[in-house]
Each structure stands twice: as structure tokens, then as C-alpha cells.
Design a protein around this ligand. Structure first.
Ligand code: UDP
Length: 317
């Protein structure tokens, strides 16, 4: 298939682009390089530099694209609280421009990078797709609004859409790994300390109602996550919008992550307890039974493999 990957110069988008190319698809990446990296775009993919609002219509018009995989987004929760307008504009506004460009060009399918942040603080875990959606920050709210728009475009215009709601993505796929300028995520931050970049890991809170008092999250390997996108692409059906959670179904605490990082790196990794981070729920674990049952997806790589691959990636840079 001829595919447009928005945000294909970013972490998840570049991994998915690489997997799509390996599966024999033709890939065009559309990225404004505001947070992505030109050298992350896999060889064999053509890069068009631009925003969705200014460029998507021109790229798609009359070009015979069969589907879009949509990753381009602002994704820092803290920043979204400080600058909600930026998140509504870049995430929702530009996604609507993309959807209209797809409609005009007759592109029938979209796989969208949604998030567990659409659920907010869960009433119970593991989180099912039918759980209430009450995002606690503008990032999650803007992604939820896009999910809603996809459902409307499916109903009104016959679009075939799939939203994949990611939990905590980690690991690397070969030369594609996490390279955020502002890094807020736990695993890359712990591995930076292992490399000697910083004094100590700050573990945000040790008094949560969890077995060791630190927050529990559901980590999923970026390669497993990437594979799900290929299945989702095949599952897009005209006039429907489907939602699938993507996690491993296993919870790991911040303390456990730090311990596995110590084992994998063989380094001491000093860690200290810091105050809770605002807005962190105690436990976020996905039920990914739906995607397992309906699309035949299964996670294959455990936490140790994620950390191992992230560590190999970090040391290769
Ligand atoms: N965390 C931490 N220290 C850090 C970064 C994150 O203790 O330097 C904790 C954070 O409070 C959360 C978990 O690690 O409980 C995962 O955070 P991350 O930012 O990786 O992902 P999130 O779950 O917020 O999407």
C-alpha cells in the first residue's frame, strides 16, 4: 500500500515506518521536525517537511494514498497544562485539517496514535476500552477529541478508523529509539543516570497504595506496539471507528523499573525519593484482551528486553 505517516521522524512513528517498509509498503513521512529528527526517518521512506495544516492537502491530492498512520502530535503532559491552546491547536486543529485533506483526496483509512491519558484516573484496573474517558490534562483531552472526530468522520463520511490507546511505550527498534529533547519518561531518564548523565533518579512518590509504594505502569515494547499498527491497518473497515488499548497487561512499579535497569546495565544507579508528580495516578494497567481477541496481537517482549534494547540504543549514540 502507499501510506502517509505523519510524525514519522519521531520515536513511535519512525519505528512504525521501518516496520511498514519491511512489510513491503511504500512510505511517505510528513513531519515538521519540531520534535522529530530527520535522521530517524528510515531509509526508503520519502520525507516531506511541513505541518499538517499547510502541507497535508497538497501531499495527499491525487497521489493515490491508501491510508494514513497519524502520529504527529505534541505529547508532553506538563506542557499541555501550561499551554492548553497549543495542544488544542496542534493536536486537534491539525488533525481536523488532516481529516479534511484525506476526505478531499479520497483516502479511506486512518490508524491513529491515541493514548491511555484519554481515560484519566481509572475507577478500576485493568482498564477496558469501555472505561469512562475523563482525561485529567489537555494532552489527554485533545487526543480524546480526535478519537471522537474519527468516530464522526466514520459515521458521516465512511472513513475507516482505528485508534490505538498506548500505555507506557519503551525500548528501541534497532537505530530507532527515544530521543526527546525534553525527556520526562522514566526508563530513558533512569538509563541516562546509569550513563553518568545526572546525579540520581528521582522517584516521584513512595507512598502510593501499591505493593512497594511507587506508581505502577504498564510498559509495552515499541516493536510490539509497532506490529499492532500493521494489524490495525488491515482491520480498518469503511464507516467504522474502532478503539483498542495497547499495553502488556502487566504492571511494573517505578522501583521495579529502577531495579531492572540496575541489573541490565550492571551500574549502581543512585535513586532518591522525590515528592509525588502532580496528576500521576497510582496504577495504570491496560486490558489488551480486545486487540488480542479481535486482531490476534500479542505482546512478545518483556520489561527486561525493553530496558536492554533502550540501553543498547542509548550507548550506540
Ligand atoms: N517517574 C519517576 N521519575 C522520573 C520519571 C517518571 O518516578 O524521572 C515515574 C512517574 O511519576 C510515573 C512513572 O514513573 O509514576 C512513569 O512515568 P512516565 O513519565 O515514564 O510515563 P507516564 O505514566 O507519566 O505516561
Amino acid at each position: 500500500m502507499k501510506l502517509l505517516v505523519t510524525g514519522g521522524a519521531g520515536y513511535v512513528g519512525s519505528v512504525v515506518s521501518a516496520l511498514l517498509l519491511e512489510a513491503g509498503h511504500e512510505v511517505v513521512v510528513l513531519d515538521d521536525l519540531s520534535t522529530g529528527h530527520e535522521d530517524a526517518v528510515p531509509q526508503g521512506a520519502r520525507l516531506v517537511r511541513g505541518t499538517l495544516r499547510d502541507t497535508a492537502a497538497d501531499v495527499l491530492a491525487g497521489a493515490g494514498f491508501e491510508a494514513v498512520l497519524h502520529f504527529a502530535a505534541k505529547s508532553l503532559v506538563g506542557e499541555s497544562v501550561e499551554k492548553p491552546g497549543l495542544y488544542w491547536d496542534k493536536n486537534l486543529g491539525e488533525s481536523l485539517a488532516l481529516l479534511d485533506a484525506m476526505r478531499l483526496a479520497g483516502v479511506p483509512r486512518i490508524v491513529f496514535s491515541s493514548t491511555a491519558a484519554t481515560y484519566g484516573e481509572p475507577e478500576s484496573t485493568p482498564i477496558l476500552e469501555t472505561a469512562p474517558t475523563r482525561p485529567t490534562n489537555p494532552y489527554g483531552a485533545s487526543k480524546l477529541a480526535i478519537d471522537t472526530a474519527l468516530a464522526e468522520y466514520a459515521r458521516l463520511h465512511g472513513l475507516g478508523g482505528v485508534s490505538l490507546r498506548y500505555f507506557n511505550v519503551a525500548g528501541a527498534y534497532g537505530r530507532h529509539g527515544e530521543r526527546h529533547t525534553v525527556e520526562t519518561h522514566l526508563i530513558p531518564n533512569v538509563l541516562k543516570i546509569a550513563q553518568g548523565d545526572g546525579a540520581a533518579v528521582r522517584m516521584f512518590g513512595d507512598d502510593y497504595p501499591t505493593p512497594d509504594g511507587t506508581c505502577v505502569r504498564d510498559y509495552i515494547h515499541v516493536t510490539d506496539l509497532g506490529r499492532a499498527h500493521l494489524l490495525a491497518l488491515d482491520a480498518c473497515a469503511p464507516g467504522t471507528h474502532q478503539i483498542f488499548n495497547l499495553g502488556s497487561g502487566t504492571g511494573s512499579s517505578v522501583q521495579e523499573v529502577v531495579d531492572v535497569c540496575r541489573e541490565v546495565t550492571g551500574r549502581e544507579i543512585p535513586a532518591e525519593v522525590a515528592p509525588r508528580r502532580a496528576g500521576d495516578p497510582a496504577v495504570l494497567v491496560a486490558s489488551s484482551e480486545k486487540i488480542q481477541a479481535e486482531l490476534g496481537w500479542k505482546p512478545e517482549r518483556d520489561l527486561r528486553t525493553m530496558i536492554d534494547d533502550a540501553w543498547t540504543f542509548l550507548r550506540s549514540r
